[in-house]
Design a protein around this ligand. Structure first.
Ligand SMILES: [Zn+2]
Length: 472
């Protein structure tokens, strides 16, 4: 043993073995630090005026059930008024309260502390300000932050399960996070907004629609406002919430052809260029094609089974952009297009319209639009005729797209719209409108109903978009 040490020392001296200088953890002659939970707490979460006195592991059944961390107020430091945060003389103590904190080694952990009441000169006798908690919440701020962060990655229910807490606690944490974000967000520099209607829940009652306003500037895309219903009053409320400076500073507004919106936008943001964007027009066309397909499918089924086979399972290949249909679906689509079915003609009209977006000049685009409407009106397909009439009625606003083309990011509306649809369809847990609103504002990964990330198979509307997240 001694011989080996001598040999190593010799090798080190000759430079054969490098000698690393180790970081010193403690002074020589001193014992190593006995690491206690209190030490970690003081390093990570130190609150001025409060002392961690006791850390206890409770295991009534032999297995650890919870950890209780007891705090005490510092005798020399006065408590602060919860209203104005100013130091005030003490009045009395209340009963001990417990706050759920970040779990240690997976064991539920609680802060225990009997809050003082202080006699504030301005606010009278009030409960003191508790730095690790917010209001009367039974969960510490650190735990709320942890839950809210995990709620971005998992569903709220899974987050609650993983941290052995309730769905309610996760919801309240996300709500707290979102409210903080909304209260501290900057609305300067908003130049382009998108206004959209979203359907949620079951049925077509007025309450089943939402109006959403998002920012679609190139450098910043985010949800700005959500409100119930899709009336003029809703949008007016939304614009009021953004404030007059933001509305006056708008340069572009993107929206659908929904009449109440058009009227409010014209009245309140007249200076902004109003654009009917590509995403909404494409979805109108897709809807028309789908209507033709459904009607024809019903008609064919009544006469011959064989003819009806051609339209079976064709919904997504028909709605997808033509160039993106490949493989087996492509063969079926080609067979369908070779037939003399009305669906094939509707699909052809839809595909032809995609050329419209490739124009650079507003003038030539207008020419193309006239030609397309002329063809559609003679197609003997009522849904396509309806789209043509709608496009004709809104021609100037549609052509505004070419004036705004360089300024508004392509697909921003689509991306945000998809994101919102994912949340509104994810019905689990959202028992109330409020909960859904919070979920819309909270940035999250794309999740399916079960809380798993969505598979690569996407609907045509989403075909060209990456998942996007909101930022405050
Ligand atoms: Zn006060």
């Amino acid at each position: 043993m001694v011989l080996a040490q001598v040999r190593i020392a010799g090798l080190q001296a000759r430079g054969v073995i490098c000698r690393f200088s180790r970081p010193r953890l403690f002074h020589e002659g001193e014992p190593a630090i006995q690491l206690q939970v209190k030490t970690i707490l003081n390093l990570v979460q130190h609150f001025v005026g409060f002392i961690y006195t006791d850390v206890r592991l409770l295991s009534p059944t032999g297995r650890p059930s919870s950890i209780e961390i007891t705090l005490q107020s510092h005798r020399q430091i006065r408590g602060r008024c919860s209203q104005c945060r100013q130091p005030a003389p003490g009045y009395d103590h209340l009963e001990q309260r417990r706050w759920l904190s970040v779990p240690l080694w997976g064991i539920p952990t609680y802060f225990c502390y009997p809050p003082r009441r202080v006699a504030c000169a301005e606010h009278g006798v009030v409960v003191e300000h508790i730095p690790w908690s917010e209001g009367k919440r039974p969960v510490t701020c650190a735990m709320m932050g942890l839950l809210a962060r995990w709620a971005r990655r998992l569903s709220w229910r899974d987050t609650a399960r993983a941290f052995q807490t309730s769905w309610e606690a996760v919801y309240r944490s996300v709500e707290w996070f979102v409210q903080y974000g909304l209260a501290h967000r900057q609305l300067g520099g908003v130049e382009a907004i998108g206004v959209d209607e979203i359907h949620w829940g079951h049925g077509l009652r007025a309450d089943n629609f939402l109006t959403v306003i998002y920012q679609i500037d190139r450098n910043c895309r985010r949800l700005l406002w959500v409100g119930r219903r899709r009336s003029q009053a809703t949008l007016r409320r939304g614009l009021k919430a953004l404030g007059p400076e933001v509305v006056k500073g708008l340069r572009f507004v993107c929206s659908d052809m929904w009449k109440p919106y058009l009227q409010v936008i014209a009245a309140q943001a007249g200076q902004a260029l109003h654009v009917l964007d590509r995403f909404h027009i494409t979805s109108h066309l897709n809807q028309a094609v789908d209507e033709v397909r459904r009607a024809e499918s019903t008609r064919l089924r009544a006469t011959s089974k064989k003819a009806a086979q051609k339209l079976k399972h064709m919904r997504w290949p028909l709605l997808r952009r033509g160039g993106r249909v490949r493989g087996c679906a492509r063969q079926k689509l080609n067979a369908l297009l070779a037939s003399k079915l009305a669906t094939a003609r509707a699909w052809d009209l839809k595909e032809t319209f995609s050329h419209f977006w490739k124009y650079n000049s507003e003038f030539w685009a207008g020419g193309f639009l006239d030609y397309w409407c002329f063809r559609a009106m003679r197609s003997r397909l009522e849904p396509m005729k309806r789209v043509a009439r709608m496009l004709r009625a809104h021609e100037p606003l549609i052509l505004n797209w070419f004036r705004a083309k360089k300024e508004i990011s392509n697909g921003a509306v689509e991306g945000l719209n998809n994101k919102i649809r994912v949340v509104t369809r994810r019905s689990y847990g959202f028992r109330t409108y409020k909960a859904m609103e919070i979920a819309l504002f909270s940035p999250s990964r794309r999740l399916s109903k079960e809380g798993k990330p969505l598979s690569s198979r996407r609907s045509p509307r989403t075909a060209n978009t990456r998942p996007r997240t909101f930022s405050y």
